[in-house]
Design a protein around this ligand. Structure first.
Ligand SMILES: Nc1ncnc2c1ncn2[C@@H]1O[C@H](COP(=O)(O)OP(=O)(O)OP(=O)(O)O)[C@@H](O)[C@H]1O
Ligand SMILES: [Mg+2]
Length: 251
């Protein structure tokens, strides 16, 4: 499990995370909601070790990662898969090399084995025969599926999704969230999703948290979240249904 205590992150004089406390349980689908610029991506990047916290503790399966040397951090990072915001892919690498990226970095598998795995994982997201194409030749929905395949290709215990559906039309959003649930059943990872897309959050999450002004102001089951009387939650849900948050946040 992931245990986060008193997590702080500043950029210069700007305090972004101001003491986050959160537990994420094994096997759950956990969603962090919050407005644009609130620090959701910064939160994820701290948890996976791409940013260094200014204070606090992050334990992954009991092991403290704050203050770890890069070598030891890399070892723990083999447990993580990440879908970056907007499904960002490396434009100059083929689809196959994008999916292979984590396998090359984190394993010593042979080229043949990697090629086989890449094809398997692309098939899992319903893509065939695209491994030698460049990302620019794919539709946005296909690119997002490649990003999904890349996130799961190392069979990580924890998968982090940063806005997996942002910028997609409603139909493609549904396709991606269905695929997400299918992969969840097949691979049974612990999934941490960051989004401001309430519909997707409601559809896939076991628990939902809301980040506001650098702290977690609500953590509850999806059902309880929908009925919450916490003024921050009520305001967020209202804003979302009026499209205020999603309009502002389009990629
Ligand atoms: N590397 C960085 N250097 C300086 N400031 C940063 C950096 N990364 C993020 N920030 C700032 O931290 C704040 C939080 O950014 P973050 O990207 O986490 O927001 P977010 O909640 O993910 O927003 P969105 O929903 O739009 O993706 C913003 O004010 C942003 O400008
Ligand atoms: Mg973000």
């Amino acid at each position: 499990m992931i245990e986060i205590r008193g997590l702080y992150k500043n950029f210069g004089s700007q305090q972004v995370l101001k003491g986050i406390n959160l537990d994420i349980n094994d096997g759950e689908i956990f969603t962090l909601l919050g407005g644009s610029g609130g620090g959701k991506s910064v939160f994820l990047k701290n948890v996976i070790g791409l940013l260094t916290p200014d204070g606090g503790s992050i334990k992954i399966d009991g092991e403290e990662i704050v203050g770890l040397k890069q070598k030891n951090l890399t070892k723990i990072q083999t447990k993580f898969g990440m879908l970056f915001q907007g499904g960002a892919l490396f434009d100059s690498l083929t689809v196959g090399e994008n999916v292979a990226f984590g396998l090359r970095r984190l394993t010593d598998f042979s080229d043949n084995k990697i090629r086989g795995l890449v094809i398997d994982y692309l098939e899992m997201v319903n893509l065939k025969g695209v491994e030698d194409k460049l990302p620019e030749s794919l539709s946005i929905g296909m690119k997002r599926r490649v990003a999904l395949a890349r996130a799961i290709a190392t069979s990580p215990k924890y998968i982090f999704y940063d806005e997996p559906t942002t910028g997609l039309d409603p139909i493609t959003t549904d396709v991606i969230s269905d695929l997400f649930l299918e992969l969840q059943q097949k691979l049974k990872p612990t999934s941490v999703m960051v989004t401001h897309d309430l519909q997707t959050a409601y559809k896939v999450s076991d628990r939902i948290a809301l980040l506001y002004d650098g702290v977690i102001v609500e953590v509850s089951t999806t059902e309880a979240f929908k009925k919450s009387t916490n003024p921050h939650v009520v305001k967020f849900i209202e804003g979302s249904s009026k499209g205020l948050l999603s309009e502002k946040n389009k990629d």
